[in-house]
Ligand binder design. Structure first.
Ligand code: FUB
Ligand code: ZN
Length: 599
């Protein structure tokens, strides 16, 4: 059954693991990015395009650098929902005015095209990223309008989108962008404004794919940018992972808004193939450095993993759309896995440095051949800086993924201390969540608002959570099957308490036999967290030490890595110590592995 997002602000993360990450994002990462965008010349590009500054040495950075500003502006907007501030408002006002001033009279906007191509538009749809840039602008605009009511960017976005509607489509310019994103951005702009031509254009961009409109550059085939098959015929994702996942998310939006069940079913089947055979244990996507691409099914080498942070974020965005479309808990399971293990690994614990590539293994020899910067150490910023502001907007909008509603009740998907409200047909409901998840499995919910009519509180029982319990007002029973929503329907009263107990204890995870690169290995997981072994925690050489059967010993270490539970694993010649994967490379950089020899 389809679910609805809660109204903005109706779910608020009030403490705990994610709140800490959000505070670092707000207080450190977003302000530092404001400086980086200036230092890197990204804002200057827009000033020059707007004519505020002499063109000087022209455009600096990648041709899609404008998107770094847009994603950062999106994060700034969502932060205003969490807690408005004068600093956020100043950034928003100044940067939005700058963006607006760089818009051309007919609505077009792209500083690279203005400064480098002399204004010549849509001449290189394969590589030009013009619609990709437009898409991020539209997304920032929708966020700003929803979060703050400020329509500065929305006006810019609708003028641009109107121009795109006049430019693209049957009988006009028949083309699609080499880098999808515009599809989901147009659908969201349609949802925000009600303008149906935006949905129609999104639908056109989805349907036009797979018909050879793009000319592949020499070294890539059409599958690189998902132009080899119509989206509704695809069953396995191919090519550039971020492109493939943004397209899948946008196509899901189109399917939902147009009622296209055939397309939706195709996307669900593709998602299932991805989960079965194309994702790393962390939820990371993309096993080939060449083309930043998905590999063949079960081609998942841990040390050659690409797992771009943006690909993980795109995967979350896609799963969220499928969760809303179907109500199926497995989509929320993947969102959780990916957020904890493939998204936040992309940012340091201080919020100041980033991984673009999220490898699952670094060997000793990596330090001999200068791969250190790419895989083993986070960087303050990148020449291609897509990932950092993508993390920012994801953390700033995370409250929106906590829960959903339908006519029957509220479904909780992410467990965090939170305050949740929803307007149901039965009336307004509310509850407070308290938990130390993911470190502890106890999640308590106290009803703060309820109509007299019965309604359903749905709780996600994660796929790994066998043997959980739930107690309603002290009456305990099994939580039921893992990998489902547990529906608790009753006439709730203010003060009613639900306590969910999830078994987060450390466990061994075996790989799928079909993944040859990790056959004979084991990984450690604990609750939603994937663990890894860093060499600096061991007395023995990681690559030479198999783990043995035996008890996994947990140690709560509040002083370590911002507070983690470590896991000791019996091994030949002693024990090995594992930490949560997201926290690796925060002390020193060195060899690390998620999968470890168990033979
Ligand atoms: O092409 C735009 C972005 O840059 C992609 O999404 C990333 O993979 C990086 O290549
Ligand atoms: Zn990226």
């Amino acid at each position: 059954m389809p679910l609805r997002p809660l109204s903005l602000g109706d779910a608020r993360i009030t403490g705990g693991f994610w709140r800490e990450r959000q505070e670092i994002n707000r207080n450190s990462t977003i302000p530092a990015a404001a400086r980086r965008l200036e230092e890197a010349g990204t804002l200057r590009n827009l000033r020059r395009a707007a004519g505020h500054e002499p063109i000087g040495d022209g455009f600096v950075g990648k041709l899609f650098a404008d998107t770094d500003v847009y994603k950062w502006l999106e994060a700034v907007a969502w932060e205003q929902t969490r807690l408005p501030s004068a600093e956020l408002t100043n950034w928003q006002t100044a940067a939005s005015a700058l963006v607006a001033s760089a818009q051309e009279p007919d609505g077009y906007l792209n500083s690279y095209v203005r400064l480098v191509l002399g204004g010549e538009r849509f001449g290189d749809l394969e590589k030009g990223h013009e619609l990709y840039c437009a898409g991020h602008l539209l997304q920032a605009a929708v966020a700003q309008s929803r979060a703050t009511g400020d329509r500065t960017l929305l006006d810019v976005a609708t003028r641009f989108a109107d121009l795109l509607c006049k430019t693209f489509g049957p009988g006009r310019l028949e083309g699609i962008d080499g880098h999808p994103l515009i599809e989901m951005a147009l659908v969201e702009l349609y949802r925000e404004t009600g303008t149906t031509s935006y949905l129609e254009l999104a639908s056109y961009f989805v349907e036009a794919r797979g018909h050879g409109l793009l000319q592949p550059p020499g070294h890539h085939g059409p599958a690189y940018f998902q132009d080899h098959l119509p989206v509704r015929e695809v069953r396995t994702l191919t090519g550039h992972a971020v492109r493939a996942l943004y397209l899948a998310a946008g196509a899901t939006d189109v399917a939902v808004e147009t009622g296209d069940t055939e397309l939706l079913e195709a996307l669900q089947a593709t998602w299932a193939t991805m989960v079965e055979s194309q994702l790393y244990l962390t939820g990371g996507a993309g096993s080939r450095w060449y083309g930043e691409a998905f590999g063949d099914p079960f081609e998942l080498p841990p040390d050659a993993a690409y797992c771009e942070t943006c690909a993980a974020i795109a995967s979350v965005q896609w799963s969220w759309r499928l969760l809303l479309a179907t109500g199926e808990s497995k989509y929320a399971d993947l969102i959780e896995r990916t957020l904890y293990n493939a998204v936040i690994s992309g940012v340091s614990l201080t919020g100041g440095e980033f991984f673009y590539v999220n490898t699952l293994k670094v060997r000793q020899h990596a330090f001999a051949d200068d791969q250190r910067s790419a895989v083993a150490g986070r960087q303050p910023w990148f020449g291609t800086a897509c990932c950092p502001p993508n993390v920012m907007r994801t953390l700033s909008s995370l409250d929106q993924l906590v829960a959903t509603s339908d006519d029957d009740g509220v479904q909780v998907h992410l467990y965090a201390p939170a305050s949740v409200r929803a307007d149901l047909p039965a009336g307004r409901v509310g509850f407070e969540v308290q938990t130390q998840y993911p470190w502890h499995g106890r999640v308590s919910m106290r009803v703060t608002e309820s109509p007299e009519e019965p309604w359903t509180l749905g709780l996600r029982i994660p796929a790994w959570a066998y043997g959980g319990t739930v107690a309603v007002n002290g009456v305990e029973r099994p939580a039921g099957p893992a990998g489902r929503q547990l529906p608790l329907r009753r006439q709730w009263a203010v003060g009613d308490e639900v306590v969910l107990q999830l078994p987060v204890e450390a466990r061994r995870t075996l790989p799928d036999d079909r993944v040859d690169s990790v056959r004979g290995c084991v990984a450690i997981e604990r609750g939603p967290l994937v663990y890894c072994f860093e060499q600096l925690d061991q007395d023995v050489v990681l690559d030479e030490t198999p783990v043995l059967a035996g008890e996994l010993v947990e140690q709560e270490r509040p002083e370590l890595l911002g507070g983690v539970t470590r896991v000791e694993v019996p091994a030949r010649d002693g024990t090995l110590t594992a930490i949560p994967y997201y926290a690796w490379a925060n002390r020193d950089v060195g060899p690390m592995t998620v999968w470890i020899d168990a033979r």
